[in-house]
Every structure is written in C-alpha cells, then in structure tokens.
Write a protein that binds this ligand. Sequence first.
Ligand code: PGA
Length: 255
Amino acid sequence: MRKPIIAGNWKMNKDVNEAVQLVNEIKRGVSDIDNVDIIVCPPYVDLSDAGEMLASGNIGVGGQNCFWEKEGAYTGEISVGMLKSVGCGYVIIGHSERRKYFGETNETVNKRIKAAIEGGLVPIICVGETLEEREAGKTMDVVKDHVEGALSGFDEGFIKDIVIAYEPVWAIGTGKTATPDQAQEVHAMIRKLLEDLYSGEWAAGTRILYGGSVKPSNIEELMKQEDIDGGLIGGASLKSEGFVDIIKTTSGLYA
Ligand code: PGA
C-alpha cells in the first residue's frame, strides 16, 4: 500500500513569527500520527526556523522551488544545497503559479528535478491543465506533456523517489475542486503513463497527489479514490485546524 502524503504549500504566506506559530500548532495537532507523510512547504525565509523546529518528529519540510545550479551569480535563486542545509527533504517543482507567472517550462522543470534528486531532495512535481485546455478536451494531452517533459532523460533508478501532484489549474485557489471521478480519471492516466514509461512495479509504488481546493470537507471522498495518494494543500494549509483535520481524516482512512 502506498503511504499517503499530505503536504501544505504555503505559497507567499506567513512571515517568520506567523510561521513559527503555525508550525507549533500543526506539530501539536499531529504528534501521534505515523501513517501519513506530513510535509510543510513554507516560504524560504521561514525554512530555517521550520527546519529546526521539525528536525525531529513526524513532519517533513520542503521548499517551494529550487534552482539547478549549485551556487554562483544567480540573484534571487536558492540552491538545493541551501534547502538541505536548513532541513528540507522535499521541494515543490513546476507549480502552475510558477509556470504562469515566472516563465517555468517543461525544460526548466526537468533541470530543477535533476538538481533536486542529485542533491538528495524528493521533488513534488506539479502537473495540470488550465480551464481552457480542459474545455478543449486537451486535459490528458497536457498532463502527458507535463509528465513526459518533467521526466525526460531520467531512468527509473534515478527517479525512484519522486512524488507527482496533479493540480488542475482551474481548481487552484478557486474553491472549485475536481470531482473525485475527474481527479481519479487523470490520476489513473498518470499511473498508466508512468507504467508505460518505466515499470508497472515502480508506477504502482509511486505516490500521486491531488491539489486544488482540497479542504476538510472534501478530503475523504478524494482520498477514497484508488489512485489518489494524498493532497497538496494550499489555502487550507494556512490554518492549523483545517490542515490537522485533513491529516487526521487521511490517517483514519488508512488505519
Ligand atoms: P489550493 O492550492 O489548495 O489553495 O487550491 C493548491 C496548490 O496550489 O498547491
């Protein structure tokens, strides 16, 4: 059975004081849970405190992006080594907001993933279609293009520990969640694609998260879908009660 992941993507929210408070509350709320991989991805400036507070325990820490070079004259960028040095074990790569606002492409996603894995971080790779693409019947083509582009040139041994997050762009921050059936359909397609690109065994063990307006009221029906292995949670991860609730519901389903 695939161990579920609940990851909080804080985006550009929470200064250091707010982050310390939120981390403390989450820590208290989930201290007894060991059947869910719990991850928080705060903004860069919060990572050092979060990393220290979560150095031991059951909550992992991730960055929201990373650059592919190790160091140098790249103003504004953060390296994989820097993320590791503050306790990160994960990094979100290719989020649709980065694709939309910051020129992220399949090619740059691919380079970041390579650097992340080589540096020892687990990449959480985001893929997903826009509303126009869905309405034009192109969902599967777009998702396939994102997955193939992200993984281009990598063999199975190299990517053995990756996480994929299917995040339909039209569901992110809009309150519109994909229905469990809509999400399951795409998740199953992604798993089949991974099987075709690599092996059935690896595809069956790889975790595919759903993201896009996940909240306490819809996590259960999403998590009951066969190919949904967790959630990448934006808005609902910014308040401890909701995030803890999502984690506890997930934990209960896997008990
Ligand atoms: P949301 O964001 O939960 O606020 O829709 C999810 C994400 O963008 O990762």
